[in-house]
Design a protein around this ligand. Structure first.
Ligand code: GLN
Length: 252
């Protein structure tokens, strides 16, 4: 009876261990299961990352998978809010963040960035009948941005906190602009073009660049092992033309 009881206890313990394992969502980069890498992103940013049916698609999604192939790892996607990406990388719950993320000095305090893989321009979008024609005309206007992005940071600095309306997804900002609640949106150029192309008669993109930026992948500070692997893979797909091929598929 005692033996049976201890056998039961052992089984319970094993079952417990197995079901607990891997539930923490902790990312792994350098142990026996290093074949899987968790990439966190915010899949609300076409053409870089978005959902098509139930699938994640976009430039960053394809590039991350290709990089995974190069370094012998399977990439799993974790879709979260843009302003949670850096904390998720620093806490180790994801191995890297790839989300059309601009390299900035402030972000470098929290994460390390790979070599850059794309350039972007912060762009102003207004309703098609708007009188706003330049960046100066934005003074005193209500500007929509995606929360935590460089557009948010720059507009808050230049036009004041009270004039900036933050959205979890920039498409919601476009809707607010369409219904007249806000006057403009500031967002990365290719995303602006992508969203405007779905509803071309409602919006116009100002012919004036607000800020120029470069995208890179963010990893946990000090994870040089992964950083070096990613850099090598980025350099390789740049020289081979594989990166350009993916970009050209999404940006015509
Ligand atoms: N490039 C911008 C940034 O890094 C926006 C990125 C995004 O919204 N996914 O802040």
């Amino acid at each position: 009876m005692k033996k049976l009881l201890s056998l039961c206890l052992s089984i319970l313990m094993i079952v417990g261990l197995v079901s607990c394992g891997n539930k923490t969502g902790n990312a792994v980069t350098s142990n026996e299961t290093a074949k899987k890498l968790i990439m966190c992103t915010n899949a609300e940013f076409p053409p870089y990352e978005y959902k098509d049916g139930g699938n994640f698609v976009g430039i960053d999604v394809e590039v991350s998978k290709l990089i995974g192939e190069k370094i012998g790892a399977e990439v799993e996607i974790l879709d979260i809010a843009f302003d949670s990406l850096i904390p998720t990388v620093t806490s180790g719950k994801a191995d890297f963040a790839m989300a059309g993320m601009t390299v900035t000095e402030d972000r470098k305090e929290f994460v390390d960035f790979t070599h850059t893989y794309q350039t972007a321009v912060q762009t102003v979008v207004v309703p098609s009948n708007s009188s706003i024609a330049s960046i100066d005309d934005l003074n005193g206007k209500k500007i929509g941005v995606q929360q935590g992005t460089t557009g948010d940071i720059y507009c808050t600095g230049d036009y004041g906190d009270a004039n900036v309306e933050r959205f979890p997804k920039i498409v919601d900002g476009f809707q607010a602009m369409k219904s007249g609640r806000i006057d403009a949106c500031v967002v990365d150029d290719e995303v602006a073009k992508n969203i405007v192309s779905q509803d071309a008669s409602s919006y116009k993109i100002l012919d004036t660049a607000y800020a120029e930026e470069e995208y890179a992948i963010a990893v946990k500070k000090g994870n040089t092992e992964l950083l070096e692997k990613l850099n090598k893979a980025i350099d390789e797909i740049k020289t081979s033309g594989e990166l350009k091929k993916i970009v050209d598929k999404y940006i015509k």
